[in-house]
Write a protein of this length. Sequence first.
Length: 132
Amino acid sequence: FPVTISSTILALIFLLPLFSFVSSVCTALTYLVIQSELSGNHPNFKNFRNLSSTQMEQLALCSLLVSVFFGLGLAALILPGFYFLACYLFVPILVISDPNRKVSEYLAESKQVVSQDKKTLITTMLFVIIGF
């Protein structure tokens, strides 16, 4: 079947939020495993059940917003999409470490961490581009 622009856009609309959510959950779970190891506990399934419904809701909402920013950035010129992914890379970790904040606070803090200087921003963008 020939791929048309409309089918590509349609696929991005549905798959990008799904990819973003799954990626956020994987990042959050990885953070929990590392946190367990550092505290001297062996990671197990009980650690993963510690994710509250609030944390999952925050992860879902944050990942939806990040996928919208990424999609708009890709549509603009491709590079802005990777900039947004780099800026919001740490959102899942922030949601897990402090689940009682507003979504805008997670986005702002992640962007602040990555954008603190040009070297950090460029390095993070390179990791995002290579990882993509």
